[in-house]
Design a protein around this ligand. Structure first.
Ligand code: HEM
Length: 433
């Protein structure tokens, strides 16, 4: 068996992977080959890129894996979070959490999604210059508040939304990736803990309210009522933990993708034209869900997620040895299916740095070559929900508004919490068409 080569000096490897993965990961792949090794503060990670390796990682038995850096995640989300649990407990909780994010359930949120997006876009029209990134966050937040927490009144939306924003903005990637910084002497951690407490108090109140007020249609209500095959439901502490997880995993990721998408579309007149010919064909009274059936719009979303994956790596820690091609990886190491590198593979995506939505109309990509939502037993549970939200919000934007981008150059990626986001706030002027 060949030795796996890689970036081995812990501080720089950790820092480079965190700060500039789009620069360093392709470089390491070129220098060290596939798979390669990263020695990080949270342990050794073997990064696999080709579809055979990614298939091996995703097809591994759930019992053979633990979440990577679970100790770093738990103080943020709570021990019951889907991101922190493993084995039978993780399987059970996924079953309880999945139904609200699928099928007809999701369709019930479509008009609320359109109303949220329209409200935010209309407010933007009053301003000669505003940040599209902040607008996308407001849409995503309003959608989560409505769909997940059942929040609809403006007063409630403001106070609850502000608590969520404070909590989310107080998060800092340093203490997530470097567990030893989760201490009261570290000011960002202290601030984050205070914001988390406020958010937690608000959620306690909401959960109590949901337990006592049957009949609402939101996801929180479904979680309060969900039970497994043995009739066992989730405790308030567990629900709170999952709600923090959903917020962390769902709100910024969707907003960031809409920002990338806007920056790409309005730099490419031919893409905008193709999109417009699709959305303009919808009748005025078409339901919001009509936007979810448009192939070119869907291809633009897919291409955005390919070129700008919000989460760049899917990590798992090995409880058992894993045979990755000709390499036998010992228990205790971690593996990563590299979303970023798989999406830049020139064999599957010719001219990989080009933004070309047509590639998704010309052929289908398997789940081991195209994986913006991860895969296997931990695949993103919000994939359908966020796609739905993006189709409706971005379809509406293209159909009813003109956007002028103020940045001369396309946005560049920067680390934002656990995600990679545009470094620019995407300054725009919006006008009704
Ligand atoms: C563009 C939007 C999104 C992207 C790109 C994205 C991406 C991802 C990725 C890559 C993972 C890791 C999967 C793995 O380990 O195999 C993940 C996990 C997860 N996502 Fe998303 N996500 C998005 C939106 C959402 C939304 C809207 C929600 C919920 C409302 C959500 C909830 C979750 C949860 C709960 C997990 C953990 C699943 C588990 O560990 O079992 N995500 N997401």
């Amino acid at each position: 068996m060949e030795r796996i080569r890689g970036a081995t000096f812990r501080p720089t490897a950790t820092w480079r992977t965190l700060a500039a993965p789009f620069h360093w990961m392709p470089r390491w792949l070129e220098v060290y080959g596939d798979p390669f090794l990263i020695r990080s503060f949270n342990g050794d990670v073997v990064v696999g890129v080709r579809p055979e390796y990614i298939k091996t990682i995703f097809k591994g038995l759930p019992a053979n894996y633990s979440p990577f850096a679970a100790g770093a995640i738990q103080p943020l989300t709570g021990a019951a979070s889907l991101l922190a649990t493993k084995g039978a407990r993780h399987t059970r909780d996924r079953k309880l959490l999945m139904p609200p994010f699928h099928g007809d359930r999701m369709r019930a949120y479509s008009e609320a999604m359109r109303a949220s997006a329209q409200g935010v876009f209309d407010a933007l029209c009053d301003s000669p210059r505003s940040s599209f990134a902040r607008a996308a966050e407001r849409i995503s937040l309003a959608v989560i508040l409505r769909a997940v927490f059942g929040v609809t009144g403006p007063e409630d939306e403001r106070s609850f939304g502000q608590a969520i924003l404070n909590f989310s903005n107080a998060f800092h990637p340093t203490f997530s990736f470097m567990e030893f910084l989760q201490r009261p002497w570290f000011p960002p951690w202290r601030k984050f803990s205070a914001m988390k407490q406020r958010y937690s108090d608000l959620m306690d109140h909401r959960i109590e309210h949901a337990r006592q007020t049957p009949g609402t249609e939101d996801i929180l209500r479904m979680l309060v009522e969900a039970t497994d095959e043995d009739g066992v439901g989730m405790t308030s502490e567990e629900i709170k933990s999952q709600l923090i997880t959903v917020l962390f995993a769902g709100y910024e990721t969707t907003a960031i993708t809409m920002s990338w998408m806007t920056d790409e579309i309005w730099r490419r007149p031919e893409v905008l034209e193709n999109l417009r010919s699709e959305v303009d064909a919808l009748s005025d009274g078409a339901p919001a869900s009509a936007y979810t059936k448009l192939p070119y719009l869907d291809a633009v979303i897919k291409e955005t997620l390919r070129l700008h994956p919000v989460v760049t790596e899917v990590l798992r820690k090995l409880n058992e040895p894993l045979q990755l091609g000709e390499h036998l990886l010992p228990e205790g190491k971690a593996v990563s299916a590299s979303i970023l590198l798989a999406h830049l593979d020139p064999e599957r995506f010719p001219e990989p740095l080009e933004f070309r939505p047509e590639r998704f109309l010309e052929r289908k990509y398997g789940p081991f070559a195209y994986l913006p939502f991860g895969g296997g037993h931990r695949r993103c549970i919000g994939a359908a929900f966020s796609t739905f939200e993006m189709q409706i919000s971005m379809g509406l934007l293209v159909r009813d508004y003109d956007v002028t981008l103020h940045d001369r150059a396309p946005a560049r990626p920067t680390r934002r919490n656990l995600a990679m986001a545009p470094a620019s706030p995407i300054p725009v002027t919006l006008r009704r068409r």
